[in-house]
Write a protein of this length. Structure first.
Length: 210
């Protein structure tokens, strides 16, 4: 079971940040990530990055209409199975890297925001390859007796100075009451949006700590 975001925040503050750096947010993915890359839409996002060897989250799949890209604008936000969406013109842009990371990392990949950086991190234990099944009791005893290699508390999959992106709270969708998202706009023109019912407050808090 993955650690909760508060625990990840504690670990990050104790063992990951640099001197003088303060953790502001830890964001858990709460569903699938979709993507629009040029003319191609996918939900869930498809990636060649190898997935972590961790249990698959029990998230429902997006609706058939969203999964097949049968929507005009941002109607995908009304599908509760979709947590985030990547928008890019090319697969080498940052927002696609985020979609790849969240897809491969399942619910072990977190977004960290500090007063200096944006980062995608994974619990180090989740990056350890699964131990091969051993035959019989003797095999299990030998496995337990073997020393395990040290792994870092958190593994950084992507990070950059906070100045490389802009954060905004955006209302999306076609309903009278909009769905609120945080939009991360990167310098290369790509964007990543993730669901946050308190997006306005979250962005205000972030800006107050930069």
């Amino acid at each position: 079971m993955p650690k909760n975001r508060l625990k990840i925040g504690e670990i990050a503050q104790q063992r990951w940040v640099e001197p003088g750096e303060q953790v502001v947010w830890v964001v858990d993915p709460e569903g699938h990530v979709g993507s629009t890359i040029g003319p191609t839409r996918a939900a869930p996002h498809r990636t060649d990055v190898a997935a972590l060897e961790v249990p698959v989250p029990e998230w429902p799949l997006p609706t058939r209409a969203v999964g097949e890209g049968r929507f005009h604008h941002d109607e995908w936000v009304h599908d509760p199975a979709v947590w985030g969406w990547s928008h890019a013109q090319r697969p080498d842009q940052v927002a696609v890297r985020w979609a790849d990371s969240f897809t491969a990392g399942r619910d072990e990949c977190r977004l960290l925001l500090t007063n200096r950086r944006l980062a995608l991190v994974v619990d180090g234990e989740a990056t350890r390859p699964a131990a091969p099944a051993s035959g019989g009791l003797l095999g299990r005893v030998r496995s337990l007796g073997q020393s395990q290699p040290d792994v870092p508390a958190l593994v950084t999959w992507w990070d950059a100075p906070i100045t490389t992106a802009r954060l905004d709270a955006v209302p999306l969708g076609r309903a009278v009451d909009p769905e609120w998202f945080v939009r991360v706009a990167f310098a290369d023109g790509s964007t990543f949006e993730f669901r946050d019912a308190q997006a306005e407050q979250s962005v205000r808090t972030a800006h107050a700590n930069f």
